[in-house]
Write a protein that binds this ligand. Structure first.
Ligand code: HEC
Length: 150
């Protein structure tokens, strides 16, 4: 019975879904990418604070943060490419869709730097983590300056 209710609920939520996507409409896609960035911000802030000495370094927690970032940084991008995603109300600038190749390259660099940070964090050494966090951090401003409204 429980399973049946679950299936009914599932078919109700996916009823109006866009073809070949996890989103019901463009607003849903905006919500997905904005929440992805929020999760990135939380995980980045903690490991950033460790590097700045604002919270004590904890190698295990740094590993968890970096592993999360390695996954999370892959999430937002598909939500920029669903139909209407450029017209929905958000902080994403129109320049994204005018320079989609450049935007995607920035997204790929971001993911590569997250993977490098994950490798550095696996070492457990703050000396290795520091430069990897610095390199990773540059991506935020590098993309926001061009593609995100204030
Ligand atoms: C390749 C481009 C790109 C990179 C790299 C990037 N962002 Fe963003 N970010 C965006 C865009 C575009 C938006 C606006 C999304 C929207 O409103 O739909 C955004 C929005 C955000 C938001 C607001 C989310 C909300 O709730 O509205 C936060 C927080 C954020 N980014 C944090 C970060 C942090 C922290 C980093 C670096 C660790 C980062 N971003 C890297 C493009 C990027």
């Amino acid at each position: 019975m429980k399973n049946l209710l679950f299936l009914v609920a599932l078919s109700a939520t996916s009823a109006g879904a866009l073809a070949a996507s996890a989103f019901t409409d463009a607003e849903d896609a905006v919500s997905y990418r904005q929440h992805s960035f929020q999760l990135i911000r939380h995980n980045f802030a903690d490991i950033g604070d460790m590097v700045k000495g604002q919270v004590p370094f904890d190698a295990e927690r740094a590993k968890r943060r970096a592993a999360a970032l390695a996954s999370l940084t892959s999430l937002p991008w598909e939500a920029f490419e669903v139909p209407g995603a450029d017209k929905a109300k958000s902080e994403a600038k129109a320049e994204i869709w005018q320079n989609l190749q450049d935007f995607k390259q920035k997204a790929e660099k971001f993911q590569a730097d997250a993977a490098a940070l994950n490798t550095a964090a696996a070492s457990g050494s703050l000396d290795q983590i520091k430069p990897a966090v610095m390199a990773f951090a540059k991506n935020c401003k590098g993309c926001h300056d061009q593609y995100k409204a204030d």
